[in-house]
Design a protein around this ligand. Structure first.
Ligand SMILES: [Zn+2]
Length: 477
């Protein structure tokens, strides 16, 4: 539905003819009105044709290959929670596809992952009237007893309010109704709400979904029990229901809820990171690392989070290969496993590649959606930031020329920290990300093929130029 609301995208050919018509109307002598960017550094002149080729290729293809690839595997294998046979099938498929693309050193690097199973779950209003509420149990939660846990609802907006009213919490089901501000601030309630509530005697914890209001859709996500705190079951409810319960509490209306959850951990399971490369022609031992995470939460098909991130970084290598653009350093793509509920893929990569982390020139992760390009976030030295800013100036036609204040990503951060590697993230237009994040609505129809193509071209250009630099990017000392 969201895609159908977009204005129709003009084809590149129509757009070009409109621009030409406009230019000649404005310019009676009919000279081509080519804007030159005075900000572009002189050293980049030889790369202008590379940028032009990648951009032209993206416009011509409209991202079709990347979108078809993303649609194929998210439709076929579905959600890919760690330890699932869906994820295993995806890993094997991705390995075979990378080989078909002609990438080098394609391999699965084994990692053990935790295996959490959601099972059946439900939340019912018992009083004042019977009514079901849509929920998603939080990843890592324990189950309830078979008959469920029943308790009176207590609504708080913060940890501070819970502490202030702790004497009221015994035997209750506590709802943390923290309004969404930003992810980092609000996600604390999803992560730590259960233990905070358990410590004051609550029997279960609910959390207002961490995200934007949607169509009464709960958002799942990881949680963690504090050492020493009792383990109580915990789930997310839609924003709309959190608001309803809050209104009822303010009116003094008593609400009794019954939560049933069958969630549990199984034994840790074998999984893997999928790795493929374009080997560098001059300094193959020096690496530009690109990637996203191939696992997802279980309700949707993880097309945005993070199938899209995997596909655009992978696509960057495929396009370079297709266009015959050979990098001087190695460009490596890694589809990391187990980002969502453990981080075993990111930690496993750091451990398996510890001896070559010093040779990683840049690490880039795409895990913030693959919508309209904005540029890159970056964490590194001022000198490296200047280089990235100059490179990105050639990506203006894609809108991918802004270098934001911070880069990195959950999968690359363990390596970035251990190896002091300059780190980047793909930055995109952010509006839709926290609408869809960790919901059943995270499906491929929300993603515009053109955006995939443009993001892949932007990543390919950045990686190619950095692979070509005479000196590696300066590190933070
Ligand atoms: Zn993600």
């Amino acid at each position: 539905m969201i895609r159908s609301l977009r204005p129709k995208v003009l084809s590149a050919a129509i757009l070009a003819s409109l621009l030409t018509a406009h230019a000649s109307a404005q310019n009676p002598r009919n000279k081509p009105a080519l804007p030159s960017d005075p900000a572009t550094a002189a050293w980049l002149a030889p790369y202008r044709t590379v940028a032009d080729r990648l951009i032209a290729n993206a416009k011509e293809s409209g991202g079709k290959f990347a979108w078809d690839r993303l649609a194929y595997f998210t439709d076929t294998f579905g959600p890919r929670i760690s330890g699932s046979s869906n994820l295993d099938a995806t890993l094997r498929w991705a390995e075979a596809e990378m080989k078909k693309d002609g990438l080098e050193n394609v391999r699965l690097e084994p990692v053990m992952v935790p295996q959490w199973i959601r099972g059946d779950e439900s939340l019912e209003i018992v009083e004042p009237f019977p009514n079901k509420v849509p929920i998603l149990g939080l990843g890592g939660s324990v189950s309830t007893r078979a008959e469920g846990v029943t308790g009176e609802l207590m609504v708080v907006k913060s940890f501070e309010e819970l502490t202030a009213r702790k004497d009221e919490a015994r035997g209750k089901i506590v709802l943390f109704n923290a309004l969404y501000t930003n992810y980092g601030e609000t996600v604390r309630y999803r992560g730590g709400g259960a233990s905070a509530a358990a410590k004051v005697g609550a029997v279960a914890a609910l959390v207002r979904s961490v995200g934007l209001p949607g169509m009464r859709t709960p958002h799942t996500g990881g949680m963690r029990y504090e050492d020493g705190a009792p383990k109580i079951p915990t789930a997310a409810i839609p924003v709309e229901d959190a608001d309803r319960f809050d209104r009822m509490a303010k009116r003094g209306q008593k609400v009794v809820l019954r939560l049933k959850m069958d969630a549990r951990f199984l034994e840790d399971a074998p999984s893997a990171n999928v790795v493929g490369e374009l080997r560098g022609t001059e300094k193959p031992e020096e690496i530009i690392l690109l990637g996203g995470h191939i696992d997802s939460w279980d309700p949707g098909t993880g097309a945005m989070d993070d199938g899209g991130g995997c596909v655009v970084t992978w696509e960057a290598l495929r396009i370079l290969k297709t266009l015959g653009l050979k990098p001087k350093r190695t460009i490596r793509v890694v589809l990391f496993t187990n980002e969502e509920n453990g981080g075993a893929g990111g930690n496993g990569y750091r451990d398996a590649h510890r001896s070559e982390l010093a040779n990683h020139i840049l690490a880039l992760e795409s895990d913030s959606g693959v919508f309209r390009p904005a540029g890159f976030g970056f964490t590194g030295s001022d000198a490296a930031r200047k280089t990235l800013t100059e490179i990105a100036s050639l990506l203006k036609p894609l809108g991918a020329h802004t270098i934001g204040a911070q880069g990195g990503g959950a999968d690359i951060n363990p390596s970035v920290t251990a190896g002091k590697i300059p780190s980047a993230s793909l930055d995109v237009e952010p509006t839709k990300y926290f609408l869809l994040h960790h919901t059943p609505a995270d499906t491929v129809d929300k993603i515009d093929p053109k955006d995939l193509g443009d993001n892949a071209a932007a990543i390919a250009f950045l990686a190619y130029v950095i692979a070509d630099l005479p000196q590696p990017l300066p590190r933070i000392q």
